[in-house]
Design a protein around this ligand. Sequence first.
Ligand code: SF4
Length: 357
Amino acid sequence: MPGAAIPRSMNDFAKRLIAWHRRYGRHDLPWQGTRDPYPVWLSEVMLQQTQVGTVIPYYRRFLARFPDVAGLARATLEEVLRVWAGLGYYSRARNLHQAARTIVDEYGGRFPATRDALEVLPGVGRSTAAAIAAIAFGAREAVLDGNVRRVLARHFAVGGFAGTRAVENTLWSLAESLLPARSIETYTQALMDIGAMVCTRASPGCGQCPLASSCVALARGRVAAYPAPRPRRTRPVRSVGMLVLLRDGEVLLEKRPPTGIWGGLWSFPELSADGDVAAHCAARLGCEVDSPVALAPLRHGFTHFTLDIRPFRCDVRRVKARAEQPGKAWFTLQQVENGAVPVPVPVKRLLRRLGGA
Ligand code: SF4
């Protein structure tokens, strides 16, 4: 049963964090120092599953290409995916694009300012909506991202896995009860920073932590016990065959359906892992190929499963119907390499292995 022992000094929890942040917090990230909700939103979405260091170059590139919400709404999904390619979790890019169109169509291009309204936008959950509302609009809203969860779970010794409803509710209640009356933007940033910089997952710096004097986990000598890990479950493995059809310096790719993994990106044609490659190329892709060569398998991890890719190199002898089939196209290896066509990371890796892209 999760429980939260509230220390006497809880009232100055926010005060200590704010004072710490003024001195030690991060102030120079490229999305800081603005109240413009567009970059705040963009950075919050990019940071949802990705570390700051990885996000920064993508953030800069994205903002240079789509400097405001109207520009993003005008772009095609393909353009957006091209700029996003490599950052992973592509549903974030699709949701950004769709949300930009909603903001333009339904709000006249102005961001809604409340957490409730922001939360309805595609790809914006409760915590992201709260972060935008707090940082861009000064709303008194509580955030609870992965870093904040960890800080609260340790500081208040909240047991149990944070993915369960009961623990989640406890953490949200704590997060809300701690909100200061003023300086909500600084407090929000401070809480996220303390989780990212001090109360880190593997090596918390309790000696430098402004919350140490009231931290229950530290007092009990049980910092490592919080937050409780996800109950073990094995991630299923799915296998798929991928066909690398090459012809005169070009590769055949097909556009994936708009939803699902790598939605909207271009990838290799697939077949079941034990399918007949040459027959598939002839019957489905209109290509006669030399004996297909099995390449070293490749593993790609997704949140809920692992994809076991069995690639086959197929040198095309003859294209029976060169006519572009819907959703399929030949691209030069250079187009793939220079990002002119949005592809998932394994496609680039495979082509590089072949010395092509
Ligand atoms: S004292 Fe240690 S465990 Fe407690 S909040 Fe600070 S860094 Fe985290």
